[in-house]
Design a protein around this ligand. Structure first.
Ligand code: NAD
Length: 278
């Protein structure tokens, strides 16, 4: 269980959902943790993002493992803030060995009606934020000749869907960014890999806005009402997967032993990968 003892792992979007699951899992396995989250809603996102209390709860869960944690409220679109966080982590914990570029938002509207701020939000949080995370951690990793970077794309980074032009474009972008970064960093002992999740059971999918989009025939759809629609997006008959299923793959890519796996995209999407190329 101490596989990551002596390592420092940075996870963006760590206040809740998948990011929290990854952060706690690294701490349970011996790593010190650096998390950040914006903890603020966005006009372009029609469900609540994380809160200060969510971030505090992740800190509590990490501290309960006995590991150290640095937690900051910041927007990953802000490169200066991320650089400062990495500088603080380097100062206090000595380095960042592992980075999980997990922060992201879901926006949805038909492309012909999509407001500019929705497009801008998806690109800045889901794509520029990942670029900024890689850019902030890469110099220290190069100096030490070691790093594991994991980016979070989506099954919509391998296909399109109605209403998803901005989200899908941002997640396809993450894959191009991941593969190119893997090549740039290959000679420095740093791997860069992407995970492409299916529907994961977090507030990003369990919210009134998305439920209403998926079941416009109902006034107040419940999780049971939307489950068959979510299941139709997978091949296996399950509507959603737990964050722990993504965490397992994050831990796999972050392992020292995964030294020669880089530039890959691993789908965890209940078989939907069988329907698309790549
Ligand atoms: P979530 O909404 O629970 O968590 C995302 C976290 O990121 C939130 O805490 C939010 O406050 C934070 N965040 C958003 N924009 C930010 C920014 N610009 N700067 C800092 N923090 C920011 O959802 P989740 O499911 O845990 O999402 C994690 C990642 O997984 C995202 O990149 C998402 O696109 C991706 N993903 C999710 C699903 C799904 O079905 N839930 C599927 C595929 C991919």
């Amino acid at each position: 269980m101490n596989e990551f003892e002596g390592k420092v792992a940075l996870i963006t979007g760590g206040a809740r959902g998948q990011g929290r699951a990854h952060a706690v899992a690294f701490a349970e396995r011996g790593a010190d943790i650096v998390i950040c989250d914006r903890c603020e809603n966005s006009d372009a996102v029609f469900y609540p993002l994380a809160t200060d209390d969510d971030l505090a709860e992740t800190v509590r869960l990490i501290e309960a493992t006995g590991r150290r944690v640095i937690a900051e409220k910041l927007d990953t679109a802000d490169r200066g803030a991320l650089d400062a966080l990495v500088a603080r982590a380097t100062d206090e914990f000595g380095r960042v060995d592992i980075a999980v570029a997990n922060a992201g938002v879901s926006v949805a509207a038909p492309v012909q009606m999509m407001p500019q701020n929705m497009w801008d939000e998806a690109i800045s949080s889901n794509l520029t934020g990942v670029f900024n995370t890689i850019g902030a951690v890469a110099p220290g990793m190069i100096e030490r000749g070691y790093g594991r970077i994991i980016t979070i794309s989506s099954m919509l980074g391998r296909a399109g869907n109605t209403n998803m032009a901005a989200y899908s474009a941002s997640k396809w972008g993450v894959i191009g960014l991941t593969k190119s970064a893997a090549l740039d960093l290959a000679q420095h002992g740093i791997t860069v890999n992407a995970i492409a999740p299916g529907n994961i059971s977090t507030p990003m999918i369990h919210n009134d806005f998305l439920y209403g989009m998926l079941r416009p025939d109902l006034e107040k759809p419940t999780a049971d009402d939307v489950a068959p629609v979510f299941a139709s997006l997978h091949a296996q008959p399950v509507p959603w997967l737990e964050p722990a299923e993504i965490t397992r793959v994050v831990l796999f890519f972050a392992a020292e032993a995964a030294a020669h796996i880089s530039g890959t995209v691993l789908p965890v999407d209940a078989g939907n990968a069988a329907r698309v190329t790549g």
